[in-house]
Design a protein around this ligand. Structure first.
Ligand code: CA
Length: 233
């Protein structure tokens, strides 16, 4: 089962980038742009599709992330990594003393963030297996790490959303992924009712990747449930 990340970051571009990177790595991402959003997502996280790690910005529009760190630490020991532009040593020490597992100063490399997340999860006994990053079936080949999709060995250009949707299906190749899950993982938890997005983007993906989009061989419909990417061969 995939691990859930609560991402608290008010910078829209960084939030979108991190959501994409983490989704491609196989994490389920809930994103909050403020302390109020973060508190609401935390309060409503379900036990089975819950939050396994928190990435927390400090400078937020409705207050300081430190307040949320204190609230979380009063009730939970789950891994928490601060992501902030502030780089005074005193501030870092203070947050680590308050219970942050780690502190990454912006701008940071995505590879470093992912590595620190794996360390923090490992310290809690959560082994993070290497993510599925490659898919091949017949004429379709997907390399998530290199962001490359090929059909009949020719590279296909996908938009970021098309790529994220395909990446989510690659992570669960051979299994049905429900409409709700796809919408939550690719667009965000506030979009789970927007099934027309899925129809639109699935149509675009099929027209780019399938020989006959009306008779798909890769991107399969599970009527009334969701979609399934044919099992890798
Ligand atoms: Ca900020």
């Amino acid at each position: 089962m995939s691990l859930g990340v609560l991402l608290v970051e008010d910078d829209k571009d960084l939030r979108a980038t991190l959501r994409q990177v983490l989704t491609v790595e196989g994490y389920r991402v809930s994103a909050a742009a403020s302390l109020a959003d973060a508190r609401a997502l935390w309060a409503h996280a379900s036990p089975d599709q819950g939050i396994d790690l928190v990435l927390l910005d400090l400078g937020l529009p409705d207050g300081d992330g430190t307040a949320f760190l204190k609230e979380l630490r009063a009730s939970t020991h789950l891994p928490l990594i601060v992501i902030s532009a502030r780089q005074q040593d005193g501030e870092k020490v203070h947050l680590l003393d308050l219970g942050a597992d780690d502190y990454l100063v912006k701008p940071f490399g995505v590879g470093e963030l992912l590595a620190r997340m794996r360390v923090a999860l490992r310290h809690r006994g959560r082994a993070v297996t290497a993510a599925v990053t490659h898919y091949q079936h017949d004429t379709l080949e997907v390399d998530l790490q290199r962001h490359r999709v090929c059909r009949d060995r020719a590279e296909v250009h996908l938009t970021p959303t098309e790529f994220n949707l395909l990446a989510r299906l690659v992570r669960s190749a051979g299994q049905v992924v429900t409409h709700r899950q796809l919408l939550a993982d690719v667009w965000g938890s506030e979009f789970t009712e927007h099934t027309h997005y899925l129809r639109l983007y699935m149509g675009q993906l099929r027209s780019k990747l399938e020989q006959d989009p009306a008779q798909p061989r890769f991107l399969l419909t599970e009527p009334g449930v969701g979609y399934r990417l044919a099992e890798a061969s």
